[in-house]
Design a protein around this ligand. Structure first.
Ligand SMILES: [Zn+2]
Length: 327
């Protein structure tokens, strides 16, 4: 069923949407419950797909306790300080079948099925959410955008300002696009409808409701909110560290107790996942940041070389990219 293609009686919907501002408690509970079930299904599928595309395809397995222990050891090799294993609760034997897919380089769809722990554990193993550390809560930087000078932001730990407590362990934010440019944001997955402001409820009903009996109209709001057109959905679920913004890094917190204007904290060994206090140095953040033209990761004078392209203009490439190119 694709409601977008159906002819919608916009006048009826617009008038009816006003009712969304004053639903009974039972009706709001109904919507919250329906939406929570669908959110959960969406989260489960997305987590299964993410694990598969990030790790399963690389040959990692979680089908047994031994495989999981190996995977955690692999994580500790990447997340040096603090080590990833410090944040993981003990393994248990629960396993379920996950469904996933990936696209090959030729854009061919490949479905997959694998055995792994339940979704909450899967998310934990991918280090989603907030973890208590020192006197604060830390979470991984998952912002995808490039910085203003065009290099990819390093993967690193971010920190909540000390004293701030996350209201939800996973840091879930639900974003719903309504109309052309308006966005509804909610951090209440369990009360997605009832926690909205009255005008947001009305907008949601206007956008996603369907003509019919009152009950049909209600049911369709929940149904259509999760409808997908192609692979595009109007609703997206993000986790801690995925939303754009300006955040405090764990390195800043450890090295200088917080953010200091004009200062940045860098890692001596260039490993942004090594927050060992001895590894952190405070530098001036003024001046240009060096980035590798090829992988767009930040680099230093010592770890990169200036080369010239065919047109004679010079650019900087990091040593690991140089090694890869000369192969
Ligand atoms: Zn590079």
């Amino acid at each position: 069923m694709d409601y977008i293609y159906n002819e919608r009686n916009l006048d009826w919907l617009r008038a009816k949407a006003k009712d969304a501002r004053r639903l009974s408690i039972a009706e709001e509970e109904f919507l919250d419950r329906e939406l929570a079930i669908k959110l959960r299904e969406r989260m489960e599928l997305e987590a299964s797909v993410r694990w598969w595309q990030l790790f399963g395809l690389e040959g990692h397995r979680l089908d047994s306790i031994e495989a999981e222990a190996q995977f955690i050891a692999h994580l500790d090799g990447i997340f040096k300080c603090p080590p990833a294993s410090q944040f993981l609760t003990p393994t248990d034997s629960k396993r379920r079948v996950h469904h996933a897919y990936h696209f090959s380089r030729q854009r061919v769809y490949h479905g997959a099925e694998y055995l792994a722990p339940p979704t909450t554990r899967l998310l934990e193993l991918m280090l989603y959410g907030y973890f208590p550390y020192w006197n604060t809560w830390i979470y991984l930087d998952r912002r995808s955008e490039l910085s203003s000078d065009g290099y990819r932001k390093p993967k690193q730990w971010l920190a909540l300002p000390p004293g701030e407590i996350p209201q939800d362990r996973l840091g879930i934010t639900i974003e719903i696009s309504v109309g052309w440019r308006s966005l509804i944001r909610s951090q209440s997955p369990a009360a997605l409808f009832s926690s909205l402001k009255p005008f947001e409820k009305e907008n949601l009903a206007k956008e996603f409701g369907a003509e019919g009996t009152h009950q049909h109209w209600l049911e369709q709001i929940a149904e259509n909110l999760f409808a997908e057109r192609g692979r595009l959905s109007r609703l997206s679920i993000t986790y801690a560290g995925e939303l754009e913004g300006d955040y405090l890094t764990l390195a800043e917190l450890i090295a200088q107790g917080g953010r200091l204007p004009g200062k940045k904290v860098v890692m001596q060994d260039d490993d942004f996942l090594n927050c060992e206090p001895d590894n952190l140095v405070t530098r001036s953040s003024r001046g240009r940041t060096m980035a590798c033209r090829s992988c767009r990761n930040p680099t230093t004078k010592e770890l990169s070389t200036i080369t010239k392209d065919s047109r004679g203009s010079s650019y900087r490439v990091c040593h690991s990219c140089l090694r890869r190119m000369s192969k």
